[in-house]
Design a protein around this ligand. Structure first.
Ligand code: F6P
Length: 532
């Protein structure tokens, strides 16, 4: 691996940015090149992507492909797919792709498919109308929550109406307590989902659920109502769980929805549909592994991210899915991207002289339009937006679907086209103050435009297309992380806060006298303030 800033392509890109990137105008680019849409859009498995409303052209892409080749991104990808320990700080392989490889086709296939078969058989039994279960509660956090919660919501059309799926993650008991209060333990299955089975939030909530079960269903067999999904089978057994579905240390938490962590998804959509989810992801894996960089969508997106972050200086990206079912996708992507690539040192521990993960955020359209899109259109910062449009709806309301899609396309148009002051001056503005100077008003009502966006299009939101979409994001994050020369698969940055919380916890015990010894004045003051 060669770090991006130590390549010839990086220097060439810097020159290209000064000459063509900094002053790049999307409107002029479209006027100059009638083939721009065709040249800068790409069909990958299940996902069509239009990158033409971004501040790049084919020349930029060529420099970026050179960068990827000089950095050895393809070799690193191949090493990951082959099961080499690319997560060097933890000495682990990174093989979430093996979880979606067809039987006999990937590394660890026998064990992967043995667990998958058992997990899906159990899921289908739970979702059967005669199972006695009406509610499934997944207790997990981070990767043991966000992926399943996102996917269950996205694929809600496949959930049997007699079954509800709930997700509890926060250590704040305001999350779990109202839920348990309204559930019947005799008809509830609790899934305790934790790769490590040591995470404070999950263990705390699991203990509360166990207390609730014992108190509200005396004499019932807890083991028939609690199931564990974890790599730590002993800890699950010690908790009192008899039925566990395992996975392996080569599956990162934020890459684990394809493993037994996906149990709530399988219960909600059924075993056959879960296999479709895996197949969609596998199709994207093949695309990522086999397509040349020039036609490789995850590579394009990862390269675009580096171009924006390190040359244009854009520090944020907004994800706007125009499908209510994808409401949790931005939260899921926050962990995927920011926990993977929010790193400040390279693989050798050298501090990085350039930015890494952008801030990823967003809300579904059209809700976002009535909240933060004002800033995207007229604010002082440029935030690239990623629209996700889904052509066909799962509901029969064609008019609503047309309105949704019109809004999605219009936002990308508006960001790019903007509106100059002369146009604004010529328009009527009935709600404007009658005493306001026309020129001043025109300045308030003009839009700079030239704001970039990418639009991803799915034909329909299905298990297969969702699998492909999520795998696309995984490989895009891999690509930018590989270019930045970082380890995208560890997360040491979450440790410090966990340790400090552990040290503060005893000081919150109201039975003990206030102890602020050794604390900074702010933390000491706040501790005194919040203690019960
Ligand atoms: O604290 C961060 C983290 O380790 C994530 O990477 C992970 O997804 C989450 O906590 C939950 O961990 P576990 O599945 O082990 O409970």
């Amino acid at each position: 691996m060669t770090r991006c800033d130590r390549t010839e392509a990086w220097a060439a890109l810097a020159g290209h940015y000064q000459a063509h990137g900094r002053g790049f105008d999307l409107r002029e680019a479209f006027a100059r090149d009638p083939g721009r849409f065709a040249a800068l859009s790409l069909q990958a498995p299940e996902v069509f992507a239009d990158l033409s409303k971004n501040r790049l052209d084919l020349a930029t892409l060529r420099f970026l492909f050179d960068l990827a080749r000089e950095c050895g991104v393809e070799a690193r990808r191949d090493a990951m797919l082959a099961g080499e320990p690319v997560n060097a700080t933890e000495g682990r392989a990174v093989l979430h792709t093996a979880l979606r490889a067809p039987r006999g086709a990937g590394p660890h296939s026998a064990e992967v498919h043995a667990v998958l078969d058992a997990m899906l058989a159990f899921a289908d039994a739970v979702r059967a109308p005669d199972s006695g279960f009406t509610d499934v509660v997944n207790i997990g956090i981070g990767g043991s929550d966000l992926g399943p919660a996102m996917a269950v919501r996205a694929l809600d059309a496949l959930r049997p109406p007699h079954l509800a799926c709930h997700f509890v993650s926060n250590v704040d008991a305001h999350d779990i307590a109202p839920l348990l209060a309204r559930l019947d333990p005799a008809r509830t299955l609790v899934v305790v989902a934790s790769k490590t089975f040591t995470t404070q939030e999950t263990m705390s909530n699991a203990a509360l659920a166990r207390q609730w079960f014992v108190a509200r269903a005396p004499g019932r067999d807890l083991a028939a109502h609690f199931v564990g999904v974890t790599t730590n089978l002993e800890a699950a057994a010690a908790f009192g769980i008899r039925r566990t579905f395992g996975f392996w240390d080569w599956v990162g938490g934020r890459y684990s929805l394809w493993s037994s962590i996906g149990l709530p998804i399988a219960i909600a959509v059924g075993g056959a549909a879960f296999r479709e989810l895996l197949a969609g992801a596998h199709a994207m894996d093949r695309h990522f592994a086999e397509a040349p960089l020039e036609r490789n969508l995850p590579a394009w997106l990862g390269l675009l991210d580096v171009w924006y972050r390190n040359f244009h200086g854009f520090a944020s990206r907004c994800v706007a899915p125009y499908h209510q079912g994808l409401a949790r996708l931005p939260a899921y992507l926050q962990q995927l991207e920011m926990e993977s690539n929010g790193k400040g040192v390279d693989a050798d521990g050298e501090p990085l002289p350039y930015g890494t993960s952008p801030v990823v955020w967003g809300e579904p359209g059209t809700n976002g339009q009535h909240a933060f899109f004002q800033m995207l259109h007229q604010g002082t910062d440029v935030v690239p937006v990623e629209f996700i449009a889904v052509r066909t709806a799962a509901h029969p309301h064609a008019d609503a679907q047309a309105k949704l899609l019109a809004n999605c396309l219009a936002q990308g148009q508006a960001l790019m086209l903007g509106k100059d002051t002369a146009t604004a001056r010529g328009e009527k503005a009935p709600t404007a103050s009658a005493t306001l100077d026309r020129e001043v008003l025109a300045r308030h009502r003009s839009f700079p435009g030239n704001r970039p966006s990418t639009t991803l299009v799915l034909d329909a939101l299905t298990p297969r297309s969702l699998g492909a979409l999520v795998a696309l994001y995984e490989h895009r994050v891999f690509t930018s992380g590989a270019l930045w020369g970082i380890n995208s698969f560890d997360q040491w940055g979450v440790e410090l806060g966990k340790a400090l919380a552990g040290a503060l916890l005893p000081r919150l015990d109201p039975a003990r006298p206030l102890d602020t010894a050794g604390l900074d004045a702010s933390t000491a003051g706040l501790l005194a303030r919040v203690r019960g």
